[in-house]
Write a protein that binds this ligand. Structure first.
Ligand code: FE2
Length: 199
């Protein structure tokens, strides 16, 4: 038990240190391509410390994937999570509406990146084309700006375990747009940005 408490304490300290670095990076410049890149490198450095994230401390998903909160900031701040995705888990192209960075602890997840090419004037219609891909595996990460579009797929027969940092906590997420390239369609989930706010 004592050992488990130790790893939890060291992990909490390391997660707070990461968040402090993220704010130091964005304090003067805000979020832009170079600060996002710097954030990704910090997240990769934290994920490389696999001893801070022993699997015994995190329940496995029952199906598909599971997200464990590591550090959720107050005042509508950022959210840092440990994510576990089982082999075969995939996600269609989607746009989170908010920046995010991922870094692998173990396993491999492929991220395909897309660009929207239509003018967005027809409700429910969208055209996206693939423009690149990144394999998120130990030592690697990826970062996305507010409206970048990615699709994900766990590759190999091991779970993909990693860190995910979002500009907003998942409980206060904006609308997510899901694209279906084969049908040239798009569907948006409800925003959680102002859930609970007085109207
Ligand atoms: Fe995503």
């Amino acid at each position: 038990m004592a050992k488990r408490a130790d790893s939890a304490t060291r992990r909490a300290r390391a997660c707070q240190a990461l968040m402090d670095k993220v704010h130091a990076i964005t304090a003067t410049e805000g979020i832009n391509p170079s600060t996002l890149h710097a954030i990704k490198l910090k997240l990769v450095a934290l994920a490389n410390r696999a001893e801070l994230f022993p699997l015994n401390d995190f329940a496995m998903p029952i199906a598909e994937a599971r997200t464990h909160p590591l550090l959720i900031e107050d005042d509508d701040g950022h959210g840092l999570y440990l994510t576990i995705s089982l082999p075969g888990k995939e996600a269609a192209p989607h746009d989170h509406g908010i920046w995010c960075a991922n870094a692998a602890i173990s396993g491999r997840e492929r991220h395909d990146f897309y660009r929207r090419t239509d003018d967005g004037k027809r409700a429910g219609r969208a055209e996206v084309i693939k423009v690149g891909e990144v394999m998120v595996e130990p030592g690697m990460g990826m970062v996305m700006a507010d409206h970048d579009i990615h699709a994900t797929e766990v590759v190999s027969d091991h779970p993909a375990i990693g860190l995910a940092l979002y500009g907003y906590a998942l409980a206060r997420f904006p609308s997510v747009s899901w694209f279906h390239p084969e049908f040239m369609s798009v569907r948006a989930t409800a925003s959680r940005r102002h859930a609970g706010d007085a109207r």
